[in-house]
Write a protein that binds this ligand. Structure first.
Ligand code: DAH
Length: 338
């Protein structure tokens, strides 16, 4: 091997040995082995040699190339491994760090009451109906037997968006909508939903609250059917030992109308009653406007305040807790009903 080739080879191997980055290794490769690299250029020297010397020299150049190529490969792999190890070291997961905390949500207490009553009434053959929260004056009042000048409209101070449209003040308009939809066929529905009335919010008042409407229309429906449905509901909600008390009342859409109280045992051991809902036999005018012949069909209806039920069931002291989304409040109702 010529001295020059030996020197070059030695030099290249030394450089490879002392290199410590991948770009450096690449630079060395270019310097010695690329087309214009110094080892490749050695091939040009073949021309100056005698034909006898050429094969030997050629072989020597190739061996030098191979040696340098191998050394480059070994170095490159070594550096790549170091890089990978460093990367792994940097990205090492510290399993002792605290993990992310996931909070499991829960069903809102008002919705727990709604779902609970939906289950009960579906089991008794009722359908669950829905109606719009932005309602026509026509359905909210007129179809419920509250004409434009009816004094009872004053009991439900309302949010109007224009002359004929308001945020519904009760879920009763769904009675009218359902009757028209069923075109004279017997029906049993409950309708849960939000309702709105102008009110100053305080611990017992809210401008938005929740009701569940109930309506049954069929032939041969009596007040006894209403009492039966209400008693079943009250006992389902509060326990089998409860009784109900009906007091005469007035609603324009029912006749006769009652206010329904549920019994409870007072601290001194005597029986007390708390009002929980309004109900009655569907007024003939409401039946007729809904397309039912009042001579043939009768019905009963009721309207429950969902907040009131939840407040009694869970002993809640301020209605505003239901709407302010404080997780300390809401978290207490995890799995209460299921
Ligand atoms: N709509 C009444 C209210 O919001 C509640 C009510 C009373 C509904 C009697 C009824 C009923 O269906 O029969 O004050």
């Amino acid at each position: 091997m010529t001295n020059e080739l030996l020197e070059l080879k030695k030099q290249a191997l030394l450089e490879i040995e002392s290199s410590n980055s991948l770009p450096e290794v690449e630079e060395i490769r270019v310097k010695y082995l690329s087309k214009k690299g110094s080892i490749s250029l050695m091939m040009g020297k073949l021309r100056d040699l005698s034909p006898e010397e050429r094969p030997k020299f050629g072989a020597e150049v190739n061996t030098a190339k191979e040696k340098i190529g191998n050394a480059l490969y070994v170095k490159k792999t070594e550096l790549e491994n170091i890089e990978l190890l460093q990367l792994l070291a940097n990205e090492k997961i510290d399993v002792t760090l605290p993990g992310y905390q996931f909070y499991q949500g829960s069903i809102h207490p008002l919705h727990q009451v709604i779902e609970d009553l939906e289950d009960l009434f579906i089991g008794m053959g009722y359908d669950v109906a829905e109606g719009p929260e932005l309602e026509n004056d026509h359905y909210n009042f007129e179809m419920m037997n509250l004409a434009k000048d009816h004094p009872a409209r004053g009991m439900q101070d309302s949010f109007y968006t224009d002359e004929n449209t308001l945020l519904r003040t009760h879920t009763s308009p769904v009675q009218a909508r359902t009757m028209l939809e069923k075109v004279g066929k017997p029906l049993r529905i409950i309708c849960p939903g939000k309702v709105y009335r102008r009110d100053d919010d305080d611990p017992t008042h809210s401008h938005q609250f929740t009701q569940i409407e109930g309506l049954v229309v069929d032939e041969n429906i009596t007040f006894a059917n209403l009492k039966d449905a209400l008693l079943k509901m009250v006992r389902h909600l509060f326990g089998e030992d409860r009784v109900i008390r009906l007091r005469p009342s007035y609603f324009p859409f029912t006749e006769p109308s009652v206010e329904v109280d549920v019994s409870y045992v007072k601290k001194d051991g005597t029986l007390g009653y708390i009002e929980i809902l309004g109900a009655g036999r569907v007024h003939p005018n409401v039946l007729a406007m809904g397309g039912y012949d009042p001579k043939k069909f009768q019905g009963f209806a009721f309207g429950i305040g969902v907040e009131r039920i939840a407040i009694l069931k869970y002993n809640i002291d301020d209605i505003r807790h239901f709407y302010t989304n404080d997780l300390r409040f809401l978290g207490q109702f995890k799995g209460v009903n299921r």
